[in-house]
Design a protein. Structure first.
Length: 214
């Protein structure tokens, strides 16, 4: 059975769990990280020397880093659907995954921590406002790209949609100003009706408000 280490409210773990749900894989998720700890245990570090979640064990094969896990699971269990077989077309999906990791996620997660997880009295408001504006530009870019498309890599869901798609729930739930992004909202509405997205991504996070520690 596929084993997944990571707490349910971890953004990076949610990416993996959403895909696992879409693929219908029998699995066991093991709470780790945050308040659950366990990341410095020798047996965990043997799987991931960086001591971070998520980590999966698939029949003795340990894989870490959320996007590497997404690619691994898509290639093994979702060829022709979540995994795109044709190299040039797959590179298009890879580009959006890498953009999400290198550009969208750092700014959005800094905003989430700086605004939501930091008590109001301790917030660096100039930095928060700058990050709100920065994320608005990222989502405007996504909106332009999604014009005439139902998903990031075309007209079907692929692994490209997982990283940026996971950010949508938190982004649209935050009490911040957002630009008009009708194509992104339509994409988000299509994701919201999917049972795996509801189960693994649309997880209330009120318990994280104003908490700098887990």
């Amino acid at each position: 059975m596929l084993k997944i280490w990571g707490r349910r409210n971890s953004f990076n773990v949610q990416k993996v769990m959403w895909l696992v749900g879409e693929l219908g894989l029998e699995h066991q998720r093991i709470d780790a990280g945050g308040s659950f700890g366990g990341l410095k245990r020798p047996e965990f570090l043997q799987m991931n020397p960086h001591g971070r979640v998520p980590v999966i064990d698939d029949d003795g094969i340990a894989v870490w880093e959320s996007h590497s896990i997404i690619r691994y699971l898509s290639a093994k269990y979702g060829p022709g659907s979540w995994w795109i077989d044709e190299p040039a077309e797959r590179s298009f999906a890879d580009r959006w995954m890498d953009w999400s990791l290198a550009t969208l996620q750092p700014d959005f997660m800094e905003l989430f921590w700086g605004f939501y997880r930091t008590p109001a009295a301790q917030r660096d408001w100039p930095r928060v406002h700058a990050l709100v504006a920065c994320c608005a530009e990222h989502f405007r870019l996504l909106d332009r790209h999604l014009a005439g498309k139902s998903s990031l890599a075309g007209n079907r869901l692929t692994m490209a949609d997982i990283p940026a798609g996971t950010a949508l729930y938190r982004y649209f739930e935050l009490e911040i100003e957002r630009p008009a992004v009708p194509n992104v909202r339509a994409w988000y509405e299509r994701l919201q009706v999917r049972a795996p997205y509801q189960e693994h991504v649309m997880i209330p996070f009120e318990d994280l408000r104003g908490r700098l520690q887990y």
